[in-house]
Design a protein around this ligand. Structure first.
Ligand code: CP
Length: 304
């Protein structure tokens, strides 16, 4: 059950995921209508991102504001973190200002879990190293469910930098709990060695991986997390692992194309595929706001 924090999908139950997705559908009505409710009146939501973000940080800000909360952001580079203040002291300082929820992204796996032990505020993981990005996994599941009506029995093929992808991990944990079949496809240097233990089928050949897929999800090549080049050239990656319309035609006729963003266009996904009728990439962004509204509502209700 979601209680004080949202740190990962790994420990959520199928019932928790259904509760969040159902509530996110309700929140989407507010988002598509008045964009205002007083559900979070009197609550304060703070974001602290130690890695760059457009979608996640802004969608949490808008989610908080659309639900009537106070909102603040700590800009790490101009905060006292830059003067050497620890993350724990930073979070304790925020708590003493009577904030209720802190949303954080950090390059170290496990940072939000550690912070949770030092504060009574609710902590939301907006991406920790290569571990998890739970709200991305939830918005991806919401988008698939909207398009396909269910998650059960679907084949979802995730293609790209599986090794460094917290998005892949959150999706695998969530989709498996919801009864989907998950295939992952990557060059062997970007595939974790024991990935099958997560209950997925691993491929090095994209043409085989996408056969009969209901969903094809591309991942960003995370050059910032690679110590040295893990594939010879971008052109070679594109040729063997790039998603284009020819590849999508090998999947089911009604396949949908997803990508968490930001996209390296014409590397992991061609611009033409990203703009095609297969693509639900922009709908993922909208659903990101709805899912984050749902998470904030659930956490603040639990706090009450
Ligand atoms: N998908 C995602 O996390 O995007 P941002 O890095 O822009 O937040």
């Amino acid at each position: 059950m979601v209680e004080k924090d949202l740190l990962e999908i790994k420990s959520l139950s199928q019932k928790d995921i259904i509760e969040i997705l159902d509530l996110a559908s309700d929140m989407k009505k507010i988002l598509s209508g008045e964009k205002y409710s007083n559900i979070l009146k009197g609550k304060t939501v703070i974001t602290i991102f130690f890695e760059p973000s457009t979608r996640t940080r802004l969608s949490f800000e808008l989610a908080a504001k659309y639900l009537g909360a106070h909102y603040g952001n700590i800009e790490v580079s101009t905060s006292s973190v830059a003067k050497g203040e620890s993350l724990i002291d930073t979070v304790r300082t925020v708590e003493m200002m009577k904030a209720d929820v802190v949303i954080t992204r950090h390059n170290m796996s496990g940072t939000p879990h550690m912070l949770s032990k030092y504060t009574n505020m609710s902590i939301v993981n907006a991406g920790d190293g290569i571990n998890e990005h739970p709200t991305q996994g939830l918005l991806d599941m919401m988008t698939i469910k909207e398009k396909k009506g269910t998650l059960k029995g679907l084949k979802v093929t995730i293609v790209g930098d599986i090794m460094h992808s917290r998005v892949a991990r959150s999706n695998i944990w969530g989709l498996k709990k919801m009864g989907s079949e998950v295939a992952v496809c990557a060059p062997s240097t970007l595939m974790p060695s024991q990935i099958e233990k997560m209950g997925v089928k691993a491929y090095n050949n994209i043409e085989e991986a996408v056969i009969d897929a209901d969903v094809v999800m591309g991942l960003r090549i995370q050059l910032e997390r690679q110590k040295s080049g893990l594939f010879p050239t971008v052109d070679e990656y594109k040729e063997y692992f790039g998603i284009n319309e020819r590849i999508l035609k090998l999947a089911k006729p009604d396949v949908i194309l997803m990508h968490p963003g930001p996209i390296n266009r014409n590397v992991e996904v061609t611009a033409s595929a990203a703009n095609s009728s297969y693509s639900v990439i922009e709908e993922q962004v909208t659903n990101g706001v709805a899912v984050r509204m749902a998470i904030l509502k659930i956490l603040c209700e639990r706090r009450n």
